[in-house]
Structures are given as structure tokens and as C-alpha cells.
Design a protein around this ligand. Sequence first.
Ligand code: SF4
Length: 335
Amino acid sequence: MGSLADELRERKTLDDEGLRDLLETGDDSLVEELHRNAREVATEQFGRVIWLRALIEWSNKCRNDCLYCGIRKSNRDIRRYSLPRETILECCDNAWRLGVKTFVLQGGENPNGAVALAPIVAEIRASWPEAAITLSLGELPPDTFRLLRRSGANRYLLRHETADPVHYARLHPASMKLENRLACLRELRSLGYLTGLGMMVGSPWQTTGDLISDIRLIESFKPEMIGTGPFIPHHATPLGHFPAGSPELTLRIYSILRLMLPQAWIPATTALATLMPDGRTAGILAGANVVMPNFTPVTVREEYSLYEGKSRPGAEAAETLNLLIKELDKIGYHV
Ligand code: SF4
């Protein structure tokens, strides 16, 4: 009889008990089998190719106060910025010249800022018609999602963070509701965006049952992208005293999601690499197939500190990219 990992690969689903066993097992050989199956499925789908996405943190202005986030509006210790048009275009140009053909414009939730970004998105679309433009700007009014879509954006990442409404309420201010986030995701999909969601692994008070709910949400929504990383505390937040999530558990979740949704784009996230020196390659060996080198100008990166350790002095994008390509080459992958 095959293991749970084989069963998940075969059926692309498991019952809750099976998922719980995979998430909680202390059996290293089962975990290795899970990663091996996920790696094989990723290779069947994509070969040994890793997709690159150029991360451009365009603004840290945010109207929200998520309890875990270093750029929440109550944090007065950071300088707020929005990159000017010319700088955003330079970042895109830099990425394109280095062969990175997907631009990810990420920012805090700021509806007016998002409207102001629309003409810049249109300019990016006109300058690089073949590029994919991904936005990650939080929950916005439907009209703004539509405006940005018409301006040329074609993908949107909106992590749900936790699929349990009670847990969601403990991590967010009362003004934020899980149902609104899910409504935004449905709206984005109806507008023709390729959509991405994902959760924090090991956030305060999270149970295995919560993670199973997250996996079920992803399984039923079938997003094109899944952005999942470990929780990392930030000292200037109300949850700054909680321990970080487990990189090892994050890797198991990458593998489970790869086996459920073989075609999804799953990044080995920066948060994972922050906690684990070889996090990017470990993520790929667990089934991830995307990495997101940071193309944000080094001068403002420190101000985009979502969690502790993220703002370590960054290398220039080209330098980061070269290192990344070498790291991938060592494990037999290429971009
Ligand atoms: S997680 Fe996003 S919406 Fe929440 S405070 Fe941070 S940037 Fe704003």
C-alpha cells in the first residue's frame, strides 16, 4: 500500500485526517516522500524551470492596521513613500533587460494610491506589451479593480492569511472581515485577473485545523498563484512577541499544495528565505516553482519592512539575480 503522499499525488486530495497526519507527522521519511512527490509533479509540469517575478514595492502607505504587519498605519517609525512614475518604469526596464518578464507591483492598501497607479500600469502595458503585470494592493473597490484591469494589469495577489473567520478576527482590526477579502477574490476572478491567495504559516493562535481550512479554501478556489510563507514577528506590532512560524511546516504545505494543484505557481517566498538560509532552494525542492527577486530601489527597501529581518541591506537587483541563478544551478534548475 502506498503512503499518504502517494495517495495525495494520485487523488489530488486527502481527507482531513490524512492532511492532519501530513502536517503533524514526526516521520522524516514520510516528509521526504511528500517533498519528493511534489518535486516530481512540479518537474512533470514545468521541467526544471523556475519562473522569475520582479518584485517592486511601489508604496508602503496603508490604511489598515493588520496586527502582524510592520507597515501597518499605526507604525510611526517608518518613512512613508510612493515611488514616482519614472522610478517604477526604471525598475520594470531593469527587470526586463535582465530577462524577468513579470512585474509584481506590491503596496499597502491605499485606494487613492491605487487609482493614481492606474496610468502608470497603462504605461507599463504600452511599453512592455508582452509582460505580465501582477498587482498586490490589498482590498480595493470593484471599480478600482476594474480600472486597473482595463489599464493592463492581468494578475492579482491577495493573500487570505487565514480561512477561519474567528482566527482572522484575532489577526486583524474589527474593520477587516474575511468575507470581504473572499468577495474581493471572487470579484478579481470575474474581471479576468489570474488570482493568487495564500496564508501565513504559524501565525499566532493558528491550529492544524486552521491550516486544513486554508488548504480546503485553496483547493476549492483553485487559484493560479499561491503565496504562502511563515509568520515572522515585527517588533513594532502588537504580535511582535510571538514566535516565528516553522519553515519546515511551510515546506510541507508547499508540497501538499503542489500535489493538489499541480499547475499552480507557488513562490518560494522571501519570508521563508528570511528564516532559512537555503529557503529558496528548499522551497523549490519541496515543489515551489517561482522566485521573486527584489527590484525595489535599495534606497527605500528598509521602509518596506513587513516583518523582522526583511529589511536587511539588500543587494542591487542584478547582483541578487546572479546569485539566485547560481543557487538554482547548484540544485539542477534554471530560469
Ligand atoms: S498586511 Fe497589507 S493591508 Fe495589512 S497593514 Fe500590512 S500592508 Fe496594510
